[in-house]
Design a protein around this ligand. Structure first.
Ligand SMILES: NC(=O)c1ccc[n+]([C@@H]2O[C@H](COP(=O)([O-])OP(=O)(O)OC[C@H]3O[C@@H](n4cnc5c(N)ncnc54)[C@H](OP(=O)(O)O)[C@@H]3O)[C@@H](O)[C@H]2O)c1
Length: 298
């Protein structure tokens, strides 16, 4: 678990639409700090897993509303929306917008988005002040999702923030595991760089935002070093003492449509706002600190 302290925020009741990698790490930190946590997952197995650690967990797969209780949201104070958008739109809003908007105690919400909304910037710096120009279906859908959340909560008493997350990694999801599993590849595409972000730095940023809500604010949530993914793979290989794989030219790599879409855009994220407005110093400012910590903690 992260060593970052939980800011001195009074415990509330967090509801996570999607107890995935990011939301569940945050949830566990807040649970330890005395918060009440509820959330959703699509599988019975995960319902059991999260219930067993003290999270009130509901099945929600986006095909029907959560039927557990009529007053499910009446007591929640904070909300994290981490379910990716679908062609139908924003699933939580599709089924629960009315309840969320009328939830009197709900004072803070965060929508977990992606920098895909900016589109391709040919390696240029991009800050939250730059207008989104999505160049992919993925980016368009995200922008629509962001706007759905901003609009849904506009006239409510809830402060809504948009978090545009770079490539998420952390314990249990990282390139060291790929290297050890023989799955790591070095794809070479000239001038291509990506930002990343450690999952526990996201948690710290979300907690800082809970402490300093700013209705309608957008944050780039990323590390301080955009770099080619090959650098990260080589660093991980070096850490574990394995020879790095031979690079494959982008043109020759057989990539999934999703991966191709990632490689079709290039930008460097400006992250001053998380420091200046939320006061967060990243615990893992680059992949080097992040991977080293994951490696050392086994
Ligand atoms: N991974 C990245 O590098 C990255 C980068 C930028 C932004 N993002 C976005 O940021 C958010 C959080 O990322 P993450 O990696 O923490 O997410 P994640 O681990 O993939 O978790 C997503 C959560 O949403 C739930 N979910 C997915 N599709 C659903 C559906 N159709 N209906 C109901 N629930 C559904 C999942 O349910 P289960 O519990 O059943 O799996 C899971 O709890 C996501 O929206 C993700 O797309 C990710």
């Amino acid at each position: 678990m992260s060593e970052s302290p939980v800011p001195k925020i009074p415990p509330g009741h967090l509801f996570c639409f999607g107890l995935g990698f990011t939301a569940s790490r945050l949830a566990l930190r807040l649970l330890e700090a005395g918060w009440r946590i509820s959330g959703t997952t699509r599988s019975l197995e995960n319902v059991e897993k999260w219930t067993s650690v003290g999270i009130e967990t509901y099945l929600f797969d986006g095909t029907a509303s959560i039927t557990a209780k009529d007053d499910l949201f009446s007591d929640i104070t904070h909300l994290v929306a981490s379910i990716p958008p679908t062609d139908l739109g924003e699933l939580p809003l599709l089924f629960h917008q009315k309840q969320l908007v009328s939830s009197e105690k709900l004072k803070w919400a965060a929508y977990l988005s992606t920098p895909a909304v900016y589109g391709d910037r040919r390696g240029a710096l991009v800050s939250e002040a730059d207008l989104p120009q999505p160049g992919s279906r993925r980016g368009e859908r995200r922008l629509k999702a962001e706007n759905s959340w901003l609009n849904a909560l506009k006239n409510s008493s809830t402060s809504i923030q948009i978090m545009r997350l770079a490539g998420i990694y952390g314990p249990g999801r990282n390139v060291i595991d790929q290297v050890l599993g023989g799955r790591a590849r070095i794809i070479e595409k000239q001038d291509q760089v990506f930002n990343r972000i450690h999952v526990d730095d996201i948690g710290t940023i979300l907690m800082a935002s809970i402490d300093r809500p700013n209705d309608g604010a957008i944050y780039n949530v990323a590390d301080q070093e955009a770099c080619p993914s090959g650098d990260v793979v080589r660093f991980a290989c070096n850490l574990v003492g394995i020879t790095a794989p031979e690079p494959i030219l982008f043109e020759d790599a057989e990539l999934s449509e999703m991966a191709k879409s990632f490689y079709s855009e290039c930008k460097r994220l400006v992250t001053d706002k998380i420091k200046n407005e939320l006061g967060v110093e990243l615990q893992y400012p680059t992949y080097r600190e992040g991977l080293k910590s994951i490696f050392e903690s086994g």
